[in-house]
Write a protein that binds this ligand. Sequence first.
Ligand SMILES: Cc1cc2nc3c(=O)[nH]c(=O)nc-3n(C[C@H](O)[C@H](O)[C@H](O)COP(=O)(O)OP(=O)(O)OC[C@H]3O[C@@H](n4cnc5c(N)ncnc54)[C@H](O)[C@@H]3O)c2cc1C
Length: 431
Amino acid sequence: MLPHVLIIGGGFGGLSAARTLRNAAVRVTLVDRRNHHVFQPLLYQVATATLSPADIAAPIRWILRRTRNVRVLLGEAERIDVAERRVVLTDGAALDYDWLIVATGSRHAYFGHSEWEEHAPGLKTLEDAVAIRRRILMAFERAEREKDPVRQRELLTFVLVGGGPTGVELAGTLAEIARQTLRDEFRSIDPAVARIVLVEAGPTILPTFPGRLRDAARESLRRLGVEVCEGRVVTEVDARGVVAGAQHLDARTVLWAAGVAASPLARTLGVPLDAAGRVMVEPDLSIPGHPEVFVVGDTAAFLHQGGKPLPGVAQPAIQAGRHAARTIQRRLRGHASEPFVYRDLGSMAIVGRRAAVSDLGWARFTGVAAWLAWLFLHIVMLIGFRNRVVVLFEWAVAYLTFQRGARLITNDPPASSPQRKAQSPSEVKNS
Ligand SMILES: Cc1cc2nc3c(=O)[nH]c(=O)nc-3n(C[C@H](O)[C@H](O)[C@H](O)COP(=O)(O)OP(=O)(O)OC[C@H]3O[C@@H](n4cnc5c(N)ncnc54)[C@H](O)[C@@H]3O)c2cc1C
């Protein structure tokens, strides 16, 4: 019987591992709690109504259809029993393995304030993106019906917590929606007066980018009318807004793009974790004491130059997934494993129309050139020919007409939910 490699997670890391094992003499099982892979870098475009959920996702089974030695299973891993070499799923089923690759990603973290999540949703899944899209579009709809100018102002104030690429991208796109897309469509409000505030606790937005690119991004946001508040720690979030650096920002829509924590499955491995719950992996990405178990991507803390962990972005996950798969092949051939060496291919963030920043290490650029590079790279990385064509088409239409192809308010929360109840009684009374 061929050795069995079990991969948990069909994100960037898990898929990369499965593809690398394509021609290996192993049986592979990839288990994911969702039937689809999500291209997370474009989630914000679903949240801001440019793209539809299906445009940035693809069924994992379909992606791996030609990888004959891989079996795909739908199921959620609950715990890992490293002593028994077994993974137990939430439905009670168990999967045995000879080699294990854990690639279950991360989730949002609210720095110990889980009660903030209800008021400031984060963006990680397609469901999150559709729920955020609903919140944003509903805010404009409710403002149109609101007679009280103070409440109207609160409804037209959007606060984004976290000045990393996701916060910057959301802020820039929201500004474009308010100033361009919704122009001429409302009668009681002028969407262009919407206030968009980007709050960052650290001294600067885009902290991992060089100073010149940060300045360019800040300037692009300013031109779009986004207020950038740096060095302001958020200490309170509730239904009326946030307290940031001792100032209360009255806002009915607060979006969270600040902290992340590793998938909770990591805890069940029983090995040391860092403060963000990530597994402190060995140089070859295996876990201490278990050379047959590897952790890759956002769930792992791999320390590289300067002792800093690799950033939680797609490239480290892809490269680590490939390395773990190659290490398994090496070890099956009787060779020792080799340390993982990360190749930094750079980073990019888009701010808005023809505005982006791009740091490729050997070249740094801003403006239209960075914007085109961002568009090209994201189309190339997107999985599936259909998705590439549809996304290109949607971008072209959005660019030429300022229109967003997916401006639908769907998925009403149940009547009993706090979100539905929060729909202001005064707007109903007044309308
Ligand atoms: C909004 C947003 C924007 C981003 N933008 C960028 C960007 O522009 N550039 C960039 O490089 N990176 C970006 N990232 C980060 C990048 O997407 C992640 O670093 C990358 O997805 C990590 O890959 P991964 O394989 O570790 O985890 P993921 O890709 O998150 O995959 C984890 C998989 O595991 C599955 N899973 C989780 N728990 C279980 C379980 N218990 N049982 C079974 N399956 C499970 C999930 O369903 C998922 O399919 C962004 C992330 C977000 C959220």
